[in-house]
Design a protein around this ligand. Structure first.
Ligand SMILES: Cc1cc2nc3c(=O)[nH]c(=O)nc-3n(C[C@H](O)[C@H](O)[C@H](O)COP(=O)(O)OP(=O)(O)OC[C@H]3O[C@@H](n4cnc5c(N)ncnc54)[C@H](O)[C@@H]3O)c2cc1C
Length: 310
């Protein structure tokens, strides 16, 4: 499938249709999904990445904490942060090896209790309770697999799958965000060994994208994220969103606000419908899917009265 110049078949994730692709090299940069993608090409391929689960709780701390970012060392001797965000604090995280369903990751009761316990241990006067949690969430950090360590290794590795019997496929493992320029250079080095560049060499810009700058300037320090219609339209046109959740959670951060973006849903859905050509039915479906999604990931209902079990 991946010999140079040959055509391979792939499943398009959005349309579920098979598409033929002609390529010299495949880069598998799917983070925690890396093993699954490798195994669609060859089921016996050994794991290259392990997932470490990181759960967070979001709380409103007393006024004295406002705008203060705090780093503590927890009782497991690991760093934990309390990050200020729109009158709230994001508190995380734990690091637990995870091999469950990647599309449905959420913080468990044990994890949220543990996070509360660690914060209360560091700041006993806070006496945070489960009902103080506004919402929780969790994500999976892709770390390079290491047979001798269940937590994997922090090393950033570009693996050549030729050694596993699949030529012309590279997979990246272990790349944190803060390290992205170093990682990009590392990948580029491997790619240029295998493909001759067809464009002149360019120096990457070290500045933020135009959209990032606009977003940064438009954010007020208030609870609400005020994003103008103009910026919203620009993001919808230029940042290739497919679902309403892409804009609210993955492009603008509106969904990480104190009301999880719920109040912005009708307005953003209307603008998206206009620019993405959605009919009324699709718009309604997107709004319903977003509400369902945030209910599942943030689990607000669990902390209001504690009636839902894990
Ligand atoms: C809770 C948490 C907190 C973190 N905090 C920090 C931090 O403070 N600083 C830091 O530097 N790092 C942090 N990390 C780690 C960082 O997020 C990851 O290391 C980084 O995102 C890895 O980048 P990536 O591009 O390899 O993978 P990802 O960011 O996971 O991107 C992989 C992409 O591949 C896509 N994909 C999956 N399968 C397919 C497919 N079949 N076809 C097409 N696309 C596909 C996914 O949708 C996803 O967009 C944190 C991680 C977590 C979970």
């Amino acid at each position: 499938m991946t010999e140079e110049g040959k055509i391979g078949s792939f499943l398009h994730v959005l349309t579920a249709k098979e598409v033929d692709v002609k390529t010299k090299l495949i880069l598998n940069v799917t983070g925690p999904w890396g093993n699954c993608v490798n195994q669609t090409m060859k089921p016996s391929i050994p794991d290259k990445v392990i997932g470490l689960k990181g759960a967070h709780i979001v709380v409103k701390l007393p006024e004295e904490f406002s705008e203060c970012g705090i780093m503590i060392i927890n009782r497991a001797n690991e760093p934990m942060y309390l990050l200020p965000w729109h009158e709230m604090h994001y508190i995380g995280l734990n690091r637990t090896p995870y091999d469950g369903e990647l599309d449905e990751v959420k913080a468990t009761k044990d994890e949220t209790e543990w996070l509360l316990g660690e914060v209360n241990y560091a700041f006993p006067q806070l006496n945070l309770k489960r009902t103080d949690i506004l919402y929780s969430y969790a994500g999976i950090q892709p770390v390079t697999f290491d047979e001798s360590d269940p937590q994997g290794t922090r090393e950033v590795v570009v693996h050549d799958l030729e050694l596993d019997g699949i030529p012309n496929v590279l997979i990246l493992t272990g790349g944190p965000i803060w390290n992205y320029r170093h990682i990009a250079k590392k990948i580029l080095k491997e790619v240029s060994k295998r493909c001759v560049p067809t464009l002149a060499k360019q120096h990457p810009s070290s500045g933020s994208s135009e959209v990032t700058k606009l977003l940064r300037n438009s954010r007020s320090a208030s609870v609400e994220m005020n994003i103008s219609d103009e910026i919203l339209k620009k993001i919808i046109i230029e940042e290739q969103p497919v679902y309403l959740a892409d804009i609210l959670l993955r492009r603008t951060g509106i969904g990480w606000d104190i009301d999880q973006g719920k109040s912005a849903v009708p307005e953003v859905a209307t603008v998206m419908a206009e620019l993405c050509g959605w009919d009324e039915q699709r718009k309604e479906k997107e709004m319903q899917l977003f509400h369902q999604h945030i209910k599942e990931i943030y689990q607000v209902q669990k902390y209001r009265g504690d009636s839902v079990c894990d």
